[in-house]
Design a protein around this ligand. Structure first.
Ligand SMILES: [Zn+2]
Length: 499
């Protein structure tokens, strides 16, 4: 309860600040415009309760909803991506506002877009704030959708389409906030940079890693807001806000079994299909040891009070010497997300063997998609897996393009403090918890370049909608979209508008 009073105090302070800003405006209007109508103080009837310094964002959110529908209609399924078409669309919107965007070609047909609002003639990249979103989307299985995934259909208060959340929703919200700042002509205390990236979903040859290599000077920044965390809704209420400050590292490992090829009518003991199957079964049942990073420990500390008594009790016991192991098992089994947040995970994803029904092949392969905790190394894990498999016919081989672990973003920065305070105020006191995503985002590459990057898709979303990302019938509730634009506007304004 004490915590709530504390937040209430901060809330009142924020309101007072707005009041003072509005008061100054009233003073200016009444002195410089004789006879001008008195401006009612914020919070008065008819005035939005919780305006950001940008002001009421409902009109720009409505505009941005149109941009989002248009962006969904530009098919950027990756592969092949074809983000140049989306880049041109975004650049066109920025140009209409008198902003000069730059299209940055990464590979032919695949481009990013960058634009900047300056705080002063001399840029200070270490202070700059980057608003990042990616333009590519994952492919669809059209036959499983109830609507055309690339039509931008609005139905029952939702906008449907591939990318509606991931990540064109964020892209449209970033665009809205960036343009609202430009229209407001408010003085900035740091540069705000808009960046739309390409090839995020496959982290391939046109991804942010390559973009940074070619064009870092165009968007170098000390801070970034990106996707990666979420506003989690449970039973119609925001339960907590996960602010992504770290992410796991993806590595693919091939399991390769060798044997003697031959006639299927005379089976042999060294059939590689049999050896591969046995190895994959052992690996699939393996649980790597639990390691708590600082972020995950703080996440569970904050989450425990929100759980029912039983889960809350075990969540609090995970670090205890006597009950820890049992508690970790209970929590791992309660949620695949929680399980994956506290250990390296291994998912066998692809099997390949055989050339004909009546031929024993000489080789059989599987792919393991491994997600390492930041700080863990794949060789240590492979040592454990080799011991487990214990088969001289089977070897494990790390595949190219393994991810790199990035340092976590600071939980002590001004930006993290602002995000935490704003979301708690905006979502009725729900706590902000630091979040280590099990999935990848562009933030890892930014963190490797000393950017304090935080992941927050600002739209309140229920599990039912979150699950549709990368799935069928992806959709965003329009009310959540508008709320997200407002929340993002307030975070950006509090961090980047000079007072
Ligand atoms: Zn995404």
């Amino acid at each position: 309860m004490a915590g709530e009073c504390y937040e209430e105090d901060r809330f009142v302070n924020w309101k007072r600040m707005i009041w003072e800003l509005a008061g100054a405006a009233v003073l200016w209007m009444t002195t410089s415009l004789p006879g001008a109508a008195q401006v009612a103080p914020p919070g008065a009837p008819g005035i939005p309760m919780n305006p950001s310094p940008i002001g009421d964002t409902s009109a720009i959110a409505k505009e941005a909803q149109g941009w989002l529908a248009d962006l969904v209609r530009i098919n950027t399924s990756n592969p092949p991506g074809n983000e140049l078409a989306a880049a041109k669309y975004v650049a066109g919107i920025l140009e209409k506002e008198g902003i000069t965007p730059e299209i940055l070609e990464v590979t032919p047909g695949r481009s990013a877009v960058v634009a900047r609002l300056r705080s002063s003639a001399m840029a200070d990249p270490s202070k700059a704030l980057l608003l990042v979103a990616h333009m590519d989307v994952v492919p669809v299985d059209k036959s499983k959708w109830s609507v055309d995934p690339f039509a931008g259909v609005v139905k029952d208060g939702y906008l449907y389409g591939r990318g509606a959340i991931d990540d064109k929703g964020m892209l449209a919200a970033n665009l809205a906030v960036f343009i609202a700042l430009k229209r407001s002509t408010m003085h900035l205390n740091r540069d705000v940079i808009f960046l739309a990236t390409d090839d995020e979903e496959t982290s391939g040859d046109a991804s942010i890693k390559i973009l940074i290599g070619k064009y870092w000077d165009k968007f170098a920044a000390g801070y970034a807001l990106n996707e990666g965390g979420n506003v989690f809704v449970k039973n119609g209420k925001v339960q907590y806000i996960g602010v992504q400050a770290s992410e796991k590292v993806a590595v693919n490992v091939a399991v390769i079994a060798h044997g003697t090829s031959g006639h299927a009518s005379q089976p042999t003991k060294d059939n590689p299909v049999v050896h591969l199957a046995a190895a994959v079964a052992k690996i699939g049942n393996y649980s790597a040891p639990v390691h708590f990073t600082t972020i995950v420990r703080r996440y569970f500390d904050g989450l425990a009070p929100l759980q029912d008594d039983e889960i809350g009790k075990w969540m609090r016991s995970m670090d205890t010497p006597d009950r820890g192991e049992h508690a970790q098992r209970v929590i791992s089994e309660a949620s695949p997300l929680w399980n994956a947040m506290m250990r390296d995970t291994i998912a066998p994803t692809v099997l390949a063997a055989g050339v004909a029904n009546n031929v024993i092949p000489g080789e059989a392969r599987a792919n393991l998609n491994i997600r390492l905790l930041p700080g863990d190394t794949v060789n240590v894990l492979l040592g454990d897996l080799n011991k487990l498999v214990n088969d001289s016919q089977v070897r494990l081989e790390v595949q190219p393009n393994a991810g790199l672990a990035a340092p976590p973003s600071s939980l002590e920065s001004d930006l993290y403090a602002i995000i935490s305070r704003v979301v708690t105020e905006e979502f009725s006191g729900a706590p902000a918890l630091p979040f280590q995503s099990t999935w990848l985002t562009d933030s890892a590459q930014l963190r490797l370049h000393n950017v304090q990057s935080y992941g927050l898709v600002p739209f309140p979303l229920a599990d039912e909608d979150l699950k549709r990302m990368h799935g069928d019938d992806e959709r965003i509730p329009l009310a959540s979209f508008a709320k997200g634009v407002d929340v993002l506007a307030r975070i950006v304004a509090e961090f980047a508008v000079a007072r």
